[in-house]
Design a protein around this ligand. Sequence first.
Ligand SMILES: O=P(O)(O)OC[C@H]1O[C@H](O)[C@H](O)[C@@H](O)[C@@H]1O
Length: 537
Amino acid sequence: MTVTFGDDAEAGRADDAVRALAAEGVPQALAAGDPTLWGEAARAEAAIRLGWLNLPLTSRELLPEIANLVEKARAEGLDHVVLAGMGGSSLAPEVICSTADVPLTVLDTTDPGQVRRALTDRLDRTIVVVASKSGGTIETDSHRRIYEKAFRDAGIDPADRIVVVTDPGSPLEQSAIEAGYQVILADPNVGGRYSALSAFGLVPSALAGADVARLLDDAQAVHDSLAASEGNPGLELGAALGQAALAGRDKLLLDDRLSEINGLPDWIEQLIAESTGKDGKGILPVVGGDPNGAPDEFVAGIGGDGGVRVDGPLGAQFLIWEYATAVAGRLLGIDPFNQPNVAESKQNTAAILEAGFGEEKPVLVDGPVEVYGAVPGEPGDLSDVLTGLLSAVPDHGYLAVLAYLDRWAAFDVAQPEDASLDQLTEAWTARDPATLRALLSTRTDRPVTFGWGPRFLHSTGQYHKGGPQNGVFLQITGAVTDDVEVPGKPYTLGRLQLAQALGDLGALAGRGRPVVRLHLTDRVAGVAHLLAAARIE
Ligand SMILES: O=P(O)(O)OC[C@H]1O[C@H](O)[C@H](O)[C@@H](O)[C@@H]1O
């Protein structure tokens, strides 16, 4: 595992920060699990949140139980692995499985179309991992209910197909035991976003076919360096991130294009945004953006060049980024283990589901796109709305696109059998809402981020509400044509998804941030129209 720097000046600044941290005894204290490193206010939380430091060793206890589970699933022909989990309970397995090139269906959405696609795929061969540390997350609870009913309707006993990963004593542990599900308990002294090497990362990944013992071996190889003042990659990375942010370079571009690890930036995004984005401070991770030399940009290359370059296998990357985040948190003077602003949107959503949706008139309708909210400027059409939002981004600010849509819908459209990869990519890109990020970022020197809702609510959502208040927000919602009931609840997935969007909108607007919602009355035509409008300056 190595951390290297783009030039001598960068290396010198990081080295100064490393020396200062070493002089304070930070690496030894952190490796020993000292909860006082982030100040008195953070002490109680830190005291029960540092178990991740030793997961490369302690998680080995889980391997026999996991091996039995995998063997049983294989023997029963269960080869479609579905993981229901939000944020830290699914982001690591997504990277692990993508990197190992083994299929895993991740459900971290309330989009009815996306859930229905999973539900109608090989139910007879499906095993579902329901992963929730707290056991109370509404999305994961909904997925569990939906799969229980689907299994029962198909004459399958859910107890044969549902495996639960949760913390000891959670309400989910209790209900799972009552339902007869296999339960694997996670280490309660590890927070969600630091849980990659715990049962949350390992159980679904092993079921999908990844080599999780290897992951622990790779992490263990760097474990010995965690107390060192020199030759400690986590300390070097944390010092670099922290000192860059303190010097105003607080937009962290994560570039993994040359890496053999697939999708690590999405995991790092949650770790850094949720850990540092609070008290008006924080580091904004930018996934998929091109560096443009803006003064507030700092590039981290995973297996490629950047202000800082991080090379090493996935298991070691997890541990080193976690350690670096804890170090950067100390430098920034924040508590890297809490998420004080995540609950607000959840409460707003619950209130909307309870009270119902009010009537709101669009300020503008442009073809299949309705526009809601206080649009900057005097827009005549959708293109003006986008231009207005871009010009509302302040110096040092950013634009966040937040799409409460089906992440995989762009891939649904049939393509000619002889289409080349280039043609396929072009066709997908033309239908993918995420293309909006790239289109808008060519029109501004400010970072443009993209998040799928409600997935991002458990990631960058904390930063948007708790970090520096310089974001401008573009929400996208879509009409639901084929909704999914949530058994035992008065809402459908479609209603929950819209309530989540409006709940977060309320939280953002309540902070005085510009936020506009685009509602696609026809999703396919709406995305095409939106991408076309983004191309017009
Ligand atoms: O695992 P759960 O308790 O269901 O939590 C899932 C996610 O929920 C919240 O949004 C937290 O902020 C995340 O850090 C966490 O990973």
